[in-house]
Design a protein around this ligand. Structure first.
Ligand code: ZN
Length: 147
């Protein structure tokens, strides 16, 4: 099995059985995001304590890439501080926009989305959850849009 197959399997699995899907009772931050180009919609809920994401859930409907990306993100950011997330988002953004094998290697399962960079329209699907997470962390009440 080559890397492309492995990555495809991770995306299919996280789309079919998204992790941390649903409402979060006890959320103290949330934000909505839209990707009008594809029709993806997300609502991200956070339980923050001492600047750490204690818990995260998301709801929404979208394409396989947006759902899998939100699911993978939810696993990757749980227990992380705001500063960790700034770093992680920097690495994810680099992975989605550049060919940088070194950046991919540090991302664990998130690297399953690296193939998306070949499809510029899909980069917005994959990054929607991260923009929505950032809006929730910033306490923004205005829905974010990839447009
Ligand atoms: Zn999409």
């Amino acid at each position: 099995m080559d890397l492309d197959d492995l990555y495809r399997d991770v995306i299919v699995d996280h789309n079919r059985r998204p992790r941390n899907f649903g409402r979060l009772v006890g959320a103290n931050r949330s934000a909505e995001g839209n990707n009008p180009l594809c029709g993806d919609k997300l609502h991200v809920f956070l339980e923050m304590k001492d600047d750490i994401i204690r818990d995260i859930r998301f709801e929404g409907a979208g394409c396989a890439i947006s759902t899998a990306s939100a699911s993978l993100m939810s696993e990757a950011v749980k227990g992380k501080s705001r500063a960790d997330i700034v770093d992680l988002f920097g690495s994810v953004h680099r992975m989605l926009t550049q060919h940088d094998a070194e950046a991919d290697a540090g991302l664990g399962k998130l690297a399953a989305l690296s193939g998306v960079r070949e499809f510029p329209m899909r980069v917005k699907c994959a990054s929607l959850c991260w923009h929505t997470l950032n809006a929730a962390l910033a306490g923004s009440a205005v829905p974010v849009s990839t447009e």
